[in-house]
Design a protein around this ligand. Structure first.
Ligand code: C2E
Ligand code: MG
Ligand code: MG
Ligand code: MG
Length: 291
C-alpha cells in the first residue's frame, strides 16, 4: 500500500511540476509580449510626512494588465521575469517609464517629487546595470537626485560585498538607495554599517500589529538603528491612526500606507501633484488613541 501511494505521490508531483513549468513558460511568453507591447504600466504610491501629509516621494509599482488573466500582481510576475531572463528588460522598462512620467510632470512645471524604483536582486547582479541606468537617465533628461533605488534587505544579504560596490556606483552618480522590506533579512550591524545606503524602509510585517497587541519593539529597534547609523527611515504599510501616532512618537515621520493613499494610477498621481501634493492625515479620531 505504502509503495503504491508513494508512486502515486511521485506521479502527482511530476505532473504538477510539468504543468507548473508549462504554465511558467506560457506566462513568460506573455510577459515578454507585454513588456514589448505596452501592457505594463506604473502606479505611484505616495510617501508622506505623517505630521503634515506632504508628499515627499512616490514609489513606482509595476502593473500588468493581461487580456486573459486580468491584472497580474508583481509578486507573481517579477518572479517569472527573474526565472526566464526577462528581468533586465522589465527593470529597464520600469525605470524608463518612471523617468518619462517625471518628464511629463516637469513639462507641467509641477514641483519635482523624487521617485523610488524597485530593483530586483538579479537585475542588480548584471554588470551593465549602472551603464544602462545612466543611459536611461540621460535619454529622459532625469536628474539622478530625483531617483531612489529600492533593494530588499534579503537581496542585499545574499551578496553583501558585490551589492555594496554596485550601490556605491549608483550613489556616486547622484542617485539615492533604500533598503526595502527591512527587518526580515537579519543583517548584522556590521553588514548594515558597511552598506552605502541612504535610508531604511521598515517592512510592513513590523508595522501591521502595532496598536493591535504588538509592542512595536522591532519597529522601535529599526528606528534606533537608523538613527545610530545616520540613515533616514520610512515605514511601510501604515493603515491605522494608532500606527501613525506610534511611529511619529518614535521619530519615524515618513510612511507609505493605505491610511494615506493606495498606489495611484498616473492620472490620479498627476492630480495629487497639481493639487499641491498634500494628503489628509488627521481624521479627528487621533486624540482618542492611547498615548
Ligand atoms: P514593495 O516594494 O515592498 O512595495 C510595497 C507593496 O506594499 C506594494 O504592493 C503596495 O501596494 C503595498 N502596500 C503599500 N501600503 C500598504 C498598506 O497600507 N497595506 C497593505 N496591505 N499593503 C500596502 P505591490 O504593488 O503589489 O508590490 C508588491 C511587491 O512587488 C513590491 O513590494 C516589490 O517588491 C515588487 N515590485 C513592484 N513593482 C516592482 C518593479 O517595478 N520592479 C521590481 N523588481 N519589483 C517590483
Ligand atoms: Mg519597494
Ligand atoms: Mg517594501
Ligand atoms: Mg514588501
Amino acid at each position: 500500500v505504502a509503495k503504491g501511494r508513494g508512486r502515486n505521490c511521485f506521479e502527482f508531483y511530476r505532473h504538477r511540476m510539468r504543468s507548473d513549468a508549462d504554465a511558467r513558460l506560457k506566462l513568460s511568453g506573455r510577459l515578454r509580449k507585454a513588456i514589448e507591447g505596452g501592457q505594463l504600466h506604473l502606479n505611484y504610491q505616495p510617501q508622506v510626512d505623517m505630521r503634515t501629509g506632504e508628499v515627499r516621494g512616490l514609489e513606482a509599482l509595476v502593473r500588468w494588465r493581461d487580456e486573459e488573466h486580468g491584472i497580474v500582481s508583481p509578486v507573481d510576475f517579477v518572479a517569472v521575469a527573474e526565472a526566464s531572463g526577462l528581468v533586465t528588460a522589465l527593470g529597464e522598462w520600469v525605470l524608463r517609464a518612471a523617468c518619462q512620467q517625471a518628464a511629463v510632470w516637469r513639462e507641467l512645471q509641477l514641483v519635482p517629487v523624487p521617485i523610488s524604483v524597485n530593483v530586483s536582486p538579479l537585475q542588480l547582479q548584471r554588470a551593465d546595470i549602472v551603464a544602462t541606468f545612466q543611459r536611461v537617465l540621460r535619454e529622459t533628461g532625469t536628474d539622478p537626485a530625483l531617483l531612489e533605488l529600492e533593494v530588499t534587505e534579503t537581496a542585499l544579504m545574499k551578496n553583501p560585498e558585490a551589492s555594496a560596490r554596485r550601490l556605491a556606483e549608483f550613489r556616486r552618480l547622484g542617485m539615492r538607495v533604500a533598503i526595502d522590506d527591512f527587518g526580515m533579512g537579519y543583517s548584522s550591524l556590521g553588514q548594515l554599517r558597511a552598506l552605502p545606503v541612504d535610508r531604511i524602509k521598515i517592512d510592513r510585517a513590523f508595522v501591521r500589529g502595532i496598536g493591535a497587541g504588538d509592542s512595536g519593539a522591532i519597529a522601535t529597534a529599526v528606528v534606533t538603528l537608523a538613527n545610530a547609523f545616520g540613515l533616514a527611515v520610512i515605514a511601510e504599510g501604515v493603515e491605522t491612526q494608532a500606527q501613525r501616532a506610534f511611529l511619529v512618537g518614535l521619530g519615524c515621520v515618513e510612511a507609505q500606507g493605505f491610511l494615506f493613499s493606495k498606489p495611484l494610477d498616473a492620472d490620479a498621481a498627476t492630480r495629487l501633484l497639481m493639487q499641491g501634493a498634500v494628503l489628509p492625515v488627521a481624521t479627528g479620531h487621533e486624540h482618542r488613541g492611547r498615548h
